[in-house]
Structures are given as C-alpha cells and as structure tokens.
Design a protein around this ligand. Sequence first.
Ligand SMILES: C[S@@+](CC[C@H](N)C(=O)[O-])C[C@H]1O[C@@H](n2cnc3c(N)ncnc32)[C@H](O)[C@@H]1O
Length: 315
Amino acid sequence: MTQADSSSATGFPTIDYDANGYDYQQYWEGRGYELWAEDRALRRLVPRLGAYRWFVDLGGAYGRNAGYYLPQAERAVILDYSATNLTNAARRHPEAVESGRLGLVRCDLNAIPFADLAFDSAMVVRVLHHLPDVDHALGEMGRIVRAAWLVDVPIKHHLLGLVRGAATGRLRQIWSAEPLITGATDEKYFNFQLDAVRERLTGLGFQTRLGASANNFRRWESRVPEQVARYARPLVQGMEAATQGLGKGWLGPSQFVLATRPAAPLSPFTDETAAFTDRMACPECRSALIFSDDSAGCSGCSRSFPKTGPFWDFV
Ligand SMILES: C[S@@+](CC[C@H](N)C(=O)[O-])C[C@H]1O[C@@H](n2cnc3c(N)ncnc32)[C@H](O)[C@@H]1O
C-alpha cells in the first residue's frame, strides 16, 4: 500500500490499500496475539455502546470486526477507501450483503456520503493512524454518529514510545499535543496524544471514557522463536488480560475510547428497516441522492457515483 497523494475529492492524502496488489487480509497471518488481544477488548466494549439498530464500521475494510455488531444491527454499513477490502467484505459476508443488512460504501472518511446522525453507533479500529488531519476526520465521522462510538486511538506516549523518546532525546515531541509522524513519505503513520483526541471528541459533543489498553505487548511473537512463543503464549495472554484495564491511558499503543453523547438526540429517521441508501447524502453538497440500479445521482450538484460490484463508489 502507499499514500495516494490527494487522490480523494477531499484533497486529504489517503492511504491506498489497493496499491501494489496489497490484500489486508494477509496482514493478519501469524498475528494470533494481536487478534486475541483485540477480540478480548472488543467483546467487552462493543456491548457498552448500548442499544443500537444502525451501526457503521468506519474504515471497516473486509469486515474483520463485523461479528461484533452484525448480530444486533438492523442495518450495518462498512465505509472504506479500499475497493479490494470491500470486495473481500462481500465475499466474507455474502448473506448480509445480499439481503441489504450490510451495506458497503467506498469513500474517504473525510467526506462521508451519509446524512447527519444516520447511525446510532459506530466503531473506528486501526484507522486513525492513517488520517493526516484527524481533527477534520473525527468531525466528519462524529457527524453521522447519533449516540455512541468506539474510537481506537494510536497513541505516541505509550510505555515503549516513552522509552524510545527518552533514548533518542525526543521526549518533548512525545508529550506534545501534535501528532507524531513516522514512516516513509508515501506511507505515513500518525500517532496521537490521547488527551488531544479526547478534547476533540469533547468539542464534538461526546463524553469520553477509556475502555481498554490493547496490544500491550505487540510484536512479541515475532521476536522469539516459535518454540518459545508456544509456551509463553498463555503467560503473555494473561498479562494482556490483566493490563487491558490497568494500562488504560499509558501502557499500550492502542487505547480504546468510548465516546457517547450525554443526551443523544432522537434519530431524525423514522423507518428503521429502510434501505441503508435512504440515509445517504451527497458527500460534496449533502443534497439527496437519487439511486438507480447502477448509479447514485446528486439532486443538488448533479454529480454521479457508480455502483461497482458489491459497493457504492464515492471515490
Ligand atoms: C489497518 S486497516 C483496519 C481495518 C479494520 N478497521 C480492522 O480493524 O481490521 C485500515 C483501513 O482503513 C481504511 N482507510 C484508511 N484511511 C481511510 C480514509 N481516509 N477513508 C476511508 N478509509 C480509510 C483503509 O482502506 C483500511 O481498510
């Protein structure tokens, strides 16, 4: 994958997971510990989002996390920039997609083709580190969330980050409110100060509380021989379980934040069983979209967006 330079209509550089034939599913090979750690956090935290009928998985890729919300949701939608990931989502969840219970929409999270408060609840997992203007993107994502969402924040001041910062004389940079940018020019990663992200969410009208510190011992498996990993696994999993609560805010690189609106507004939509396309709007001018079988046309600015295979394409 590479950073597609300002390729989206929004002008924000957007990571292109489809570049060079990349398939994100492969990322998970040999990462049993991270899968286990996140599963433990998500199994506990998604139910804390409360009751929801409409759910959106922001940057949901191939639907790796769909198992946490599909059983409860009346309608769920995966938003993602990657055509390959969305095509794989359709392969992994064929019944839900064909029945219209799971919608797939290709878009930039900086310009989302849905109306305000279209969803009751949401999650954004492993995505923020790709967003160069996180304040803008949080505003755009938060706009479509009525009640509660789970925000996985990649922090820069986790324990190992602090040790590294001290060793390289960059502690001031690690503590500052500015994101820390790492990686190559065409594939940048952004890590944040947790307070800065929470303040932004507060400014958007959400109350935040820390849910879990996850992946507290990330990449340990790749650093020891397989024989050792096999015996050490239960011990490290026990340590992860113990520290998901204790390490909130400081230990691990992934800090899960629960963000809820204190007095969630009522949904402006009356029909809970309507097609998910009924809650969509033009990402450019927010006017209503008029759908045919293979395209969506804006009633305001006359732009047209195609349906490409299983997903609506707003890129
Ligand atoms: C590391 S994957 C995480 C996927 C999924 N949430 C998970 O937990 O497995 C990051 C995903 O975010 C998507 N993404 C990154 N930046 C995006 C943007 N600006 N707009 C839409 N999707 C984006 C990528 O295409 C990719 O599928």
